[in-house]
Design a protein around this ligand. Structure first.
Ligand SMILES: [Zn+2]
Length: 433
């Protein structure tokens, strides 16, 4: 009797197997670790005749890489990378066990199905396609699977780049997640190709007051003070500021929706479930994500703290922090917890042309639009080595699937047909780019 899932295509089996390793990253260095997932990937790479190398700078935070020699040694190497960790999943909120890798309704479900064990599997399957057919990619490929991406790569890509720069010898460009998938603008399909990332500034707001009995008359209350600052920042309507990339994005949305010249936010609204995702790319965002204060119902605490996830357009970090200080006033302190650079590369050049061409071969006539991602990826760490990163995990998706909403969301799932599509597109890209 066949085991369940044995009829799955290889790319889906790889993604399913990876989902079954619980590689939850709780942040701040707390993690279940990526070791078993990395060893699984390493064993697959070995089965293709490659020689994987591991780097585990911190116990169980395992990174794995392999180099695939290209046909043309004069061409710079291309990095294909993915991360093996996932954000936590609260099982009660899900329709399925988030770590079972269940297949239902033609889709693979589970934490990481979207972010980004799907692309990890597509990278492995497309390289397997080439090597098993006795072919070689045009350029040297550097395949890297990182730990700790979901905590800014602090125990993953940042350490690999620092301690194993030789892994990336000769590489100039990189391809990874959060781009290459389709959206629908009104009823027209288009692909987003990621050519940049906003910068991130994680801040903590700290309000201080005087501790007192909860029954007292007491205006000097840290919780009240903090709440006012959090509300002011959370409600701030940051203005639209277009970069080279988002200028092209807005023009393309205008053309596709037949509303050229319309307001950028309105145009993003034509992208269905991706609207909020695209609106975030047009401006600074300051989302409160955590609150800490108090320890007893009848004690006024002397301190209250809030975490704010700030994402700004590349190069505007300091200006945004100055704006934030002005918005919250002098009563509340701002601490910078973590910051990382923004990225933006041109939507042009041989690799971009090759990615557009590869999509065109498998979905002819469908436009490809550049965009600047609101979140961040390991491409930020690779930028320190002068490597230009793109988000290109090609997936042809049904119009009604809220794909962008599933990143870090519940019921992450990806159509198996989309994984096979992505495998085909990547295989063609690696052959020719
Ligand atoms: Zn990711």
């Amino acid at each position: 009797m066949p085991t369940p899932g044995s009829d799955l295509p290889e790319v889906a089996r790889l993604a399913r197997d990876l989902i079954r390793f619980d590689t939850t990253n709780f942040g701040g260095g707390r993690s279940r670790g990526e070791r078993e997932a990395a060893e699984y990937v390493g064993a697959f790479l070995e089965s293709l005749g490659l020689e994987p190398e591991y780097y585990e700078p911190i116990d169980r935070r395992t990174n794995v890489m392999a180099r695939v020699p290209g046909r043309n040694p004069d061409r710079p190497a291309l990095v294909l990378h993915g991360h093996l960790d996932v954000v936590p999943a609260v099982a009660e909120d899900w329709s399925v066990d988030p770590f079972a890798g269940e297949v239902r309704d033609g889709m693979l479900w589970g934490r990481g199905a979207v972010d980004m064990k799907d692309m990890d599997a597509m990278i492995l399957a497309s390289v397997a396609d080439l090597l098993r057919a006795g072919e070689r990619p045009e350029r040297d490929l550097v395949l890297v699977f990182f730990a700790d991406e979901e905590n800014g790569g602090i125990e993953g890509s940042q350490l690999v780049v620092r301690d194993r720069p030789e892994w990336f010898a000769g590489a100039t460009e990189a391809i990874s997640e959060v781009g290459g998938y389709s959206i629908s603008v009104d009823d027209r399909r288009a692909y987003l190709l990621q050519v940049g990332e906003k910068a991130l500034v994680w801040i903590r707001l700290v309000a201080r007051g005087r501790a007192a009995h909860g029954s007292s008359f007491h205006p000097d209350n840290a919780v009240t003070r903090l709440a006012e600052a959090v509300a002011a920042l959370g409600r701030t309507a940051w203005p639209v500021t277009l970069t080279d990339t988002t200028t092209q994005l807005v023009a393309a949305l205008g053309e596709l929706s037949g509303r050229a010249g319309a307001d950028p936010d309105e145009l993003a609204g034509h992208a269905g479930p991706a609207a909020g995702f695209l609106r975030a790319t047009l401006r600074t965002t300051t989302n409160p994500t955590g609150l800490t204060a108090g320890y007893k119902h009848n004690v006024i605490p002397d301190r209250a703290e809030a975490l704010i996830d700030v994402r700004v357009l590349p190069g505007t970090e300091d200006a945004a922090i100055a704006d934030i200080r002005r918005i919250i006033g002098d009563d509340v302190e701002v601490e910078i917890v973590h910051r990382d650079i923004g990225l933006e590369v041109p939507f042009s050049g041989d690799l971009v042309d090759a990615m557009v061409r590869a999509l065109g071969q498998h979905d002819p006539g469908t436009p490809v639009i550049p965009y600047l991602m609101g979140g961040g990826t390991d491409n930020k760490a690779l930028a320190a080595l002068g490597i230009a990163g793109y988000g290109f995990a090609p997936l042809r998706l049904p119009a009604d699937l809220d794909f962008t909403g599933m990143f870090h969301g519940v019921d992450e799932r990806v159509p198996i047909a989309a994984l096979e599509f992505g495998q085909r597109v990547l295989t063609d890209l690696l052959r020719t780019c």
